[in-house]
Design a binder for this molecule. Structure first.
Ligand code: A3P
Length: 330
């Protein structure tokens, strides 16, 4: 019945009996994208992701020079992958050159997710082809990161987005993946799940708060960025990112417009119109364009009722009270 879904979304597809037994004792809820999501180590995920998480926790050895982008899904991962890649590799791939890799590859094929693209499906990644610093990404909550990531000097860049836009983006995304199905997820049903904390890698608030706390305790290890702040002050946030990664812009670069060019190259308009992103597909079948919808702040206003907005405001207030986190455009 679920055969038109990408393989990674199919519930327990291809899992061994042993794995099926493992999942049979985990709490489960009707799916976001797949048939069911399961609760493991304090977060909700698809079986394939949980398998990949375990493998990654057991096998991944972080290096001090690694840079890992962390996001809750639909927080702007694609954008930040692009910015990170172009920023860190600007000596190797000068931004003003025509044949830049970002112009011909989808950002998710450039910076790979640890628990899915690298360790999912029983894969054993070969890091030999990676150059230093290795750029990697994950949606895992802090507590589920491989121990070596937590203990090493590996830098973590966390990107957060306001929960209302994140929810709308996620709702569109999962419906988009189910285009060939008649059963589009009703927004009310998914909203209730999100509010209960049941969403991909959720609860959303735990994900954000854990990284926020880490960024305060270890500012050299974790940088906490906000999607909305990058939208409003892109140069300032890009500068922060470069300084955190110890590759600050030189005066010459600033004068030559390198920052402007990086931002232009990674803009929604530029990326979404590239042939690879407009018409390309992942090996798992999803269209690259699914990662480029609107790229705006405040789109939730086109979907939320007053009741939904008030309900989520109340939860946000409860969960983030006293933390110092301030969401804008909510
Ligand atoms: P919307 O659905 O609100 O448009 P992720 O990359 O974490 O999956 O998040 C996807 C969201 O980021 C989508 O939001 C997408 O449109 C937006 N996005 C993708 N590329 C972007 C870019 N270059 N600039 C700003 N937003 C971008």
């Amino acid at each position: 019945m679920t055969t038109s879904l990408p393989k990674y979304l199919q519930d327990q597809e291809g899992l061994s009996e042993e794995c099926k037994n493992f999942f049979s004792v985990l709490p489960k809820e009707k799916g976001w994208a797949g048939s069911y999501i399961y609760y493991y180590q304090g977060f909700w995920a698809l079986p394939r992701i949980i398998q990949g998480t375990i493998a990654c926790q057991q096998q991944f050895h972080a290096q001090d020079s690694d840079i890992i982008l962390v996001t809750s899904p639909k927080s702007g991962t694609t954008w930040l992958k692009s910015l990170l890649f172009v920023l860190v590799n600007r000596m190797k791939y000068p931004v003003f050159e025509q044949n830049h890799p970002l112009l011909v590859k989808n950002p998710h094929d450039i910076i790979l997710f640890l628990e899915s693209r690298l360790y999912g499906d029983g894969l054993v990644p070969n890091f030999a082809s990676f150059t230093s610093p290795r750029l990697l990404s994950t949606h895992l909550p802090f507590a589920s990161l491989p121990k070596s990531v937590q203990d090493s000097k590996t830098k973590l860049v966390y990107l957060c987005r306001n929960p209302k836009d994140t929810f709308i983006s996620m709702w569109h995304f999962i419906n988009n993946l189910r285009l060939h199905h008649k059963d589009i997820h009703p927004i009310e049903e998914k909203f209730e799940s999100f509010c209960k904390g049941v969403s991909l890698y959720g609860p959303f608030w735990n994900h954000v708060l854990d990284y926020w706390k880490q960024s305060i305790e270890k500012p050299n290890k974790v940088l906490f960025l906000m999607y909305e702040e990058i939208k409003v002050q892109p140069k300032l946030q890009l500068k922060r990112l470069a300084e955190f990664l110890e590759c600050p812009f030189s005066i010459e670069e600033e004068n030559c417009g390198v920052m402007d060019e990086i931002l232009r190259m990674c803009s929604f308009e530029n990326l979404s119109n590239l042939e690879v992103n407009a018409n390309g597909k992942f090996s798992t079948g999803e269209e690259n364009k699914a990662f480029f919808r609107k790229g705006e702040v405040g789109d939730w206003k086109n979907y939320f009722t007053i009741e939904m907005s008030e309900k989520l405001n109340h939860i946000i207030e409860q969960k983030f009270q006293g933390s110092g986190i301030k969401f804008s455009y909510i």
